[in-house]
Design a protein around this ligand. Structure first.
Ligand SMILES: C[C@@](CO)(OP(=O)(O)O)[C@H](O)COP(=O)(O)OP(=O)(O)OC[C@H]1O[C@@H](n2ccc(N)nc2=O)[C@H](O)[C@@H]1O
Ligand SMILES: Nc1ncnc2c1ncn2[C@@H]1O[C@H](COP(=O)(O)OP(=O)(O)O)[C@@H](O)[C@H]1O
Length: 310
């Protein structure tokens, strides 16, 4: 009998993080630091990126779903996952060197689509490395690191449905016990978030310092009635996104004519969302919208969990 010695097993952790949509996005005029004050209601929806962290020597790979346009992703060195990994390592490293890691990102969330895909990857990286390195970082420290990575990153950690203020990083979870159904139509090409905010400033130089309140959406969520939520949905960045991409306005009108309760630009766009009555309604609408002009039409529901280990 021969005994084989197993090489030490390569450890890995995979974390899944959701896309977000904004059911209400009230935007005020820019603050002194250039960021816009927000009053927003985030909802995490069932479209996910996965980040796998494994013992390694620093490789970063990205596998994108076939429906995402190739070439849209930044180089690994500019990728938000490397920034997140460096930030956590700097925070955690107290003289002891942390083991090297390889990161693999499996992307399904549209890139530069107004669905916080980069934020989801950053949040997933923080959670995966915290687990791989056995750091047991406190939740409030993780949320603080997340806010340093981007305004939307804390919500990608939290998930569910939440009220966001400040520049979007200050969160309060909202009770949202029903399942809402969405048809999600990504665009063939992303829109830059700073460019959409700049267009908003040009179009609305007299925007109020205090952003529009999300109270109507909060009470529509409590009603659990899709028609009430449809009437309350609101996005102050929608006009700026449509001004930069007029075809988004046509797409919203088309989806509503095909029976959506309401069409809306997702965050800074250009992804378009359609609220539906039910899962069956969403699948039927997606079938009707899918065609040569709209090759990718997805169905997602929310709320779902924030970044979590698989
Ligand atoms: C618009 C929203 C709505 O949730 O998301 P998207 O729809 O793009 O995903 C967010 O405000 C985007 O958040 P995020 O993409 O994390 O932004 P950050 O990295 O913090 O900032 C990128 C840039 O967006 C602008 N920015 C962002 C947030 C904010 N409250 N005011 C801003 O003016 C600034 O120009 C900033 O330099
Ligand atoms: N892992 C990543 N996934 C997507 N985009 C990334 C990533 N890392 C860095 N980026 C950069 O962040 C920008 C915004 O990405 P994303 O979060 O997908 O869009 P949005 O802010 O519209 O929701 C992209 O244009 C890209 O240059």
């Amino acid at each position: 009998m021969t005994l084989s010695i197993q090489p030490e097993e390569r450890r890995s952790v995979t974390v899944r993080a959701p896309a977000k949509i904004n059911l209400h996005l009230g935007v005020g005029r820019p603050r002194h630091d250039g960021f816009h004050p927000l009053d927003t209601v985030f909802q995490a929806v069932g479209l996910f990126d996965d980040v796998r962290a494994a013992d390694g020597d620093g490789a970063i790979d990205i596998e994108a779903a076939s429906y995402l346009p190739v070439g849209a992703l930044p180089d690994p060195a500019d990728n938000i996952v490397s920034t997140a990994a460096r930030l956590l390592a700097e925070t955690a490293d107290e003289g002891t060197e942390l083991p090297g890691v390889d990161l693999l990102v499996e992307k399904r969330i549209p890139v530069a689509g107004g669905m916080a895909g980069g934020s989801a990857d950053a949040a997933a990286t923080l959670v995966a490395l915290d687990r791989l390195w056995d750091l047991e970082t406190a939740d409030d420290v993780l949320l603080d690191l997340a806010a340093r990575l981007g305004s939307d990153v804390p919500f990608s950690l939290l998930g569910g449905t939440a009220h966001g203020t400040g520049r979007g990083e200050r969160l309060q979870a909202l009770r949202d016990p029903v399942t809402w159904w969405w048809v999600v139509v990504p665009s063939h090409e992303g829109l830059s978030t700073p460019a959409v905010y700049r267009r908003f400033d040009e179009m609305f130089p007299d925007a109020p310092a205090t952003p529009a309140s999300s109270a109507a959406v909060v009470s529509a969520l409590a009603s659990a009635q899709p028609a009430h939520l449809a009437a309350a949905l609101h996005n102050d960045l929608e006009a700026a996104a449509i001004d930069l991409r007029p075809e988004l306005g046509e797409l919203i009108a088309h989806g509503e004519a095909e029976g959506a309760l309401r069409g809306l630009v997702s965050g800074s766009g250009p992804t378009v969302l359609f609220l539906c009555e039910s899962g069956d309604h969403a699948r039927a609408l997606a079938d009707r919208l899918q065609g040569d002009d709209l090759p990718v039409v997805l169905v997602a529901n929310g709320p779902v969990s924030g970044a979590h280990v698989l």
